[in-house]
Ligand binder design. Structure first.
Ligand code: PIR
Ligand code: CA
Length: 307
């Protein structure tokens, strides 16, 4: 079964691998790539997305979205290196930038495709998605599902309880979690299971394609940065969201209403999942457990199909 997705991203080492998974898997049709300021400033992540698109042979439009969060001052992440891709240069010229604003590409993609056929996959701060639904509220009922990487129900990485993508633009996140579309939060509780261990890196290295080599080269310094933060190996967060779209049986989920904390002093940006009273009408769910073996099988398979 083919899944049409719009990938909203801030590459980002793990964003790059998510893009590879989307581009390399035969069941994914990429309708568009939009970029948002997150790991690095907008011009850098957009350049990265455009180079990756050319390198991977992606023909979907690449459009730049919002350069800063709705309310807050952005802070960039450090684990992705100076370029945003672990200091690795993607050996390809950037594809042409779509002249439209990324927010309009999101809206136009949803309006031009049949209702219920496009899955939004945001893997950066949620600024563009929030802007899109405020500009064109009609998109809510046209979306098949929102499968986002962000948040966590027990864990944070930017603070004790807040994850980077949510804390970067908590107001946008609050808008996105508040819409009545079906939403799956692939948060840190899940993505910390997707560790690029030495065994995984050996598997990726053995694939032999240029894409696999590029992925391994980017993950190496990213892994070093994580090891400096007492991790044994680096988690590849963003491909988990794409993997869930391809095969939902890879990830077990739990339904729960989710609220984004906007006023807490110690808890700003926390995604509060309420597990007390499972309501069958609840449209939001959180990702709990990853089938680790089959997840890496999927990544390996996609890398093998790419240039
Ligand atoms: C990853 C990210 C930000 C900070 C760190 N330390 C690690 C990015 C990833 O691209 C992912 O989308 C999300 N934000 C994980 O928090
Ligand atoms: Ca990201």
């Amino acid at each position: 079964m083919t899944h049409t997705i719009l990938l909203d991203c801030d590459p980002g080492v793990d964003d790059a691998v998510a893009l590879m998974l989307a581009a390399g898997h035969p069941d994914i049709e990429l309708a568009g790539i939009t970029t948002v300021a997150g790991n690095r400033p907008l011009d850098e992540v957009t350049e990265n997305a455009r180079r990756l698109a050319r390198f991977l042979g992606v023909t979907a439009p690449v459009a730049a979205g919002c350069a800063r969060p709705l309310v807050r001052t952005p802070t960039w992440s450090t684990v992705h290196g100076d370029s945003g891709l672990g200091g690795v240069e993607v050996p390809a010229e950037p594809v042409a930038l779509d002249p439209r604003h990324g927010v309009d590409v999101i809206i136009e993609t949803l309006l031009s495709r049949p209702v219920g056929t496009v899955t939004l996959v945001p893997i950066g701060p949620l600024t563009n998605i929030a802007m899109a639904v405020r500009k064109e509220p009609g998109i809510t009922e046209r979306v098949r599902e929102v499968v986002l990487m962000g948040g966590g129900y027990h864990a944070g990485n930017r603070t004790a309880v807040a994850e980077f993508n949510i804390l970067t633009d908590p107001e946008a996140a609050s808008i996105v979690f508040g819409e009545p579309w079906p939403l799956t939060m692939v948060g840190l509780d899940l993505t910390w299971q997707a560790l690029a261990t030495p065994e995984v890196l050996a598997r990726l290295s053995a694939v032999g394609t240029e894409s696999a080599r590029l992925a391994v080269a980017m993950i190496a310094p990213y892994g070093e940065a994580y090891r400096a933060h007492r991790f044994t190996a680096a988690p590849l967060h963003d491909p988990c969201a794409v993997a869930y779209v391809i095969d939902p049986t890879l990830i077990t989920t739990r339904k729960a209403p989710i609220t984004v904390e906007l006023t807490g002093t110690a808890t700003l940006g926390m995604t509060v999942a309420d597990f007390r009273d499972p309501d069958p009408q609840c449209t939001t769910q959180v990702a709990v457990e990853l089938d680790i073996e089959r997840f890496w099988d999927l990544v390996v398979d996609a890398l093998a199909r790419l240039p």
